[in-house]
Design a protein around this ligand. Structure first.
Ligand code: AMP
Ligand code: ZN
Ligand code: FE
Ligand code: FE
Length: 274
C-alpha cells in the first residue's frame, strides 16, 4: 500500500478539541503514515505527538499555522520542518499568544456591551488547554450558554469580521511569517488558498520566499484543485494537503479526511534541504 499523510491537524493547544495523543490514535486508526501538527500560533502539541507516535509506523512532522494579515485579509501561513524548539521562536509565539488573550478580553467586553454578561475570560482561559485563544473558543462558550444555537450562528451574529463583537488580531504580514519559518530552516506553505481568495498576493509571497501551496483540502472541487496545481507549477512551489481537523470543533472534517501520497512529503523535505 502506498504511504499517506495528513499535513494539517489542530490540537487543543489551539482551537482543536483533541489532545496530541488522541490525534495520534486517530491517525494510526486511519492508517496514516505521516501527520503534521499545525496549531495556530503555538508549537505546544508537537512534542507530545512525537512521543505518542514513538514505536509506531507514524511520522510526526513539526508544523504551525501562523495568523497573518495583508490589506485587511486574513492569510494563514503553514510552516513545516522548522526548528520548532528555537528559544526566540518560543518567545515570539508567547507574544502572539498574549496578544490573543488580550483580544479575547476585548471581545468579551464587546459582548458585555451587547448585554451578554455571563462569559468570563477566566472560564474560557481555564477550560481550554489552549495556548492560542481564538474566536472558536468564544463561539463554543456562546453555544454552551445557549446564547446562540450553533458555532456558525455565533460567528454570523457576533464574531465574524465586521460583526459587533469582532476584534482584529495582532498584525503580522505573510512576508514576516515566511521569513520567520525560513529563518528556522523550514518551509512556508500558503494554507487553503481556495478559502481565502488571496490569489493576487501569491506572486509577491513567492518573491518573499513562499515554498508551497496547500491544494488538497476538504470539500475542494477538482477544478479548483487543478487551478492551484497550475499556479504551484507556474511558481515552482511544492504542493501539500491535509484535513484541517479540529476534532469536535469542526465536525465536517476529521483526521485522514484528506490524505496525500507520501511522495509529496518527500518533495517537501527536498525543498527544505535544497
Ligand atoms: P481567530 O484565529 O480567533 O481569528 O479564529 C479563526 C478561526 O475561526 C478559523 O481558523 C476558523 O476555524 C474559525 N472561523 C472563522 N470564521 C468562521 C465562521 N464564519 N464560522 C465558523 N468558524 C469560523
Ligand atoms: Zn483553527
Ligand atoms: Fe486556517
Ligand atoms: Fe487550520
Amino acid at each position: 500500500m502506498t504511504k499517506s499523510a495528513d499535513l494539517h491537524i489542530h490540537t487543543h493547544y489551539s482551537d482543536g478539541t483533541m489532545s496530541p495523543q488522541e490525534v495520534v490514535r486517530d491517525a494510526l486508526h486511519g492508517g496514516l503514515n505521516c501527520i503534521a501538527i499545525t496549531d495556530h500560533d503555538t508549537v505546544d502539541g508537537i512534542s507530545a505527538a512525537i512521543e505518542a507516535a514513538r514505536g509506531h509506523d507514524l511520522e510526526v512532522l513539526p508544523g504551525i499555522e501562523l495568523s497573518t494579515e495583508i490589506n485587511g485579509k486574513d492569510i494563514h501561513m503553514l510552516g513545516y520542518l522548522f526548528n520548532w524548539q528555537d528559544a526566540s521562536l518560543i518567545e515570539q509565539l508567547q507574544k502572539m499568544q498574549n496578544a490573543r488573550a488580550e483580544r479575547m478580553k476585548k471581545m468579551i467586553q464587546k459582548l458585555e456591551a451587547l448585554g451578554i454578561r455571563d462569559i468570563s475570560f477566566e472560564e474560557i482561559n481555564g477550560s481550554a488547554k489552549a495556548k492560542a485563544l481564538g474566536r472558536p473558543h468564544l463561539a463554543a462558550a456562546l453555544v454552551e450558554k445557549r446564547i446562540v444555537g450553533s458555532v456558525k450562528a455565533a460567528f454570523d451574529k457576533f464574531l465574524a469580521e465586521g460583526a459587533p463583537a469582532y476584534v482584529p488580531k495582532f498584525k503580522q504580514t505573510p512576508g514576516e511569517a515566511i521569513r520567520l519559518i525560513r529563518g528556522l530552516g523550514g518551509i512556508a506553505v500558503l494554507a487553503h488558498p481556495m478559502l481565502t481568495n488571496v490569489d493576487e498576493f501569491i506572486p509577491a509571497l513567492v518573491e518573499a520566499g513562499l515554498g508551497g501551496l496547500e491544494i488538497y483540502y476538504p470539500n475542494c472541487s477538482d477544478n479548483v484543485m487543478r487551478f492551484y496545481e497550475g499556479l504551484a507549477r507556474k511558481h515552482h512551489l511544492v504542493v501539500t494537503g491535509g484535513s484541517d481537523a479540529h476534532g469536535e470543533a469542526k465536525r465536517h472534517t476529521f483526521i485522514g479526511k484528506v490524505r496525500i501520497p507520501y511522495d509529496l512529503v518527500e518533495k517537501l523535505k527536498q525543498a527544505v534541504s535544497g
